[in-house]
Design a protein around this ligand. Structure first.
Ligand code: NAI
Length: 349
């Protein structure tokens, strides 16, 4: 490398700088941190850069990607696993998209488990009660997880970690995945079932599949109708896996017993930001926050020291591979399911 490659780093938070700066000592990139999200308004900031580094709520639609290409940027580094915010059709053949496929499945699975335990035993309510001198346990009744059934949608890295945690509690597991791994199911002693059966039989349903055209609004009025009364729904996947309006209706009529949401379909204006001095203008989010049996966390499933370290290392390693002209093992594109390219260790284009 002649001069240091310049990276425009969007949606930069103090904890990002803390993990990227020390790691960058091994890579020597020239990183400029921007607090703003990347979108149509801020894309102009990228004109002097070689690369952009973005996160889950940055916009990478057709218009933004076309601007990046105009500015001569050849690579987008996602510092996350999910890539539902990228318009791959526009990107293909023009700009490479790299991601961090796995940083800590344990972090997200453990967070899902934390949501389940808190909702079941109402720890969020007990915490406020005892701090105010209220030691009554009225209304805090939970259920034994032992012997109950958990339905896991998506048995990838995170889904599998959560399955092993929940099996530790003595839960029975029903799983659904678009691609069945029977060997895993046999080893883990779990059963794959059709989605409908999972909805009908599960006491707790947890979502760990990617967001795509098939999974958008997987939890909707119809699927909620099939669920057990009092079911707990956990979403640490992506907000749009759930039709929030249908979720609210399900909560209002008591069909849904509780919901733990680390993601929300319209999260980008709120999540990761301190909005405590503002009025919430999103009426759906505001309504969700009124339910005592809904626990919302602000997309913090990934947020552990170990995961941040892995994210920084892998993201910077991805940029290095790109600028050194090597094979991009963490490239994503809408043709990247093509196993030949992966086998030949070639770039997608
Ligand atoms: P993974 O790729 O290891 O597993 C995803 C699983 O979903 C695979 O087994 C895949 O076959 C399955 N799948 C694909 N399409 C499906 C469909 N239509 N129906 C059912 N299953 C389907 O991904 P990983 O690492 O387990 O992550 C899962 C999701 O978790 C990510 O896509 C991302 O959206 C979310 N995530 C959330 C984080 C957070 O902080 N809350 C952090 C990291 C990921």
């Amino acid at each position: 490398m002649n001069r240091s490659k310049k990276i425009a780093f969007f949606d930069a938070k103090p904890y990002d700088r803390k993990s990227f700066d020390p790691n960058n000592k091994n890579f020597g990139f020239d990183i400029s941190y921007f607090d703003a999200h990347l979108n149509e308004k801020t894309v102009e900031l990228t004109c002097d850069f070689d690369a952009v580094c973005v996160f889950v709520n940055d916009t990478l639609n057709k218009s933004v990607i076309e601007h990046l290409i105009e500015h001569g940027i050849q690579v987008i580094g996602l510092r996350c696993a999910g890539y539902n915010n990228v318009d791959f059709k526009t990107a293909y053949n023009k700009i490479h998209v790299l991601r961090v496929p796995a940083y800590s499945p344990y972090a997200v699975a453990e967070h899902a488990a934390a949501l389940i335990l808190s909702l079941n035993r109402k720890i969020h309510k007990a915490y406020s009660r005892t701090r105010e001198g209220n030691f009554s346990i009225n209304g805090l009744l939970g259920f034994d997880m032992h012997g109950k059934t958990a339905g896991i949608v998506g048995t990838g890295k995170i889904g599998r970690c959560l399955i092993s945690i929940l099996k530790g509690f003595g839960m029975d597991i029903l799983a659904y995945d678009r691609f069945l791994d029977e060997e895993y199911a046999k080893d883990a002693k779990i059963s794959y079932v059709p989605l409908e059966e999972l909805f009908e039989k599960s006491d707790i349903i947890s979502l760990h599949c990617p967001l795509n055209r098939e999974t958008e609004y997987l939890i909707n009025k119809k699927s909620i109708g099939k669920m057990k009364p009092g079911v707990m729904i956990i979403n640490t996947g992506r907000g749009k896996l759930i039709d929030t309006q249908a979720l609210i209706e399900g909560l209002k009529c008591g069909k849904i017993g509780s919901a733990g949401l680390d993601v929300y379909e319209e999260e980008s204006d709120y999540f990761f930001e301190d909005r405590s001095a503002d009025m919430i203008t999103d009426d759906v989010l505001a309504r969700l926050l009124t339910f005592p049996n809904v626990l919302i966390t602000s997309h913090q499933g990934f947020f552990t020291t170990e995961a941040l370290q892995k994210i920084a290392e892998t993201t910077l390693g991805n940029f290095k591979e790109f600028f050194e002209g090597g094979y991009l093992k963490n490239e994503v594109c809408y043709k990247c399911e093509n196993p030949c390219l992966k086998k030949q260790n070639k770039r997608c284009f």
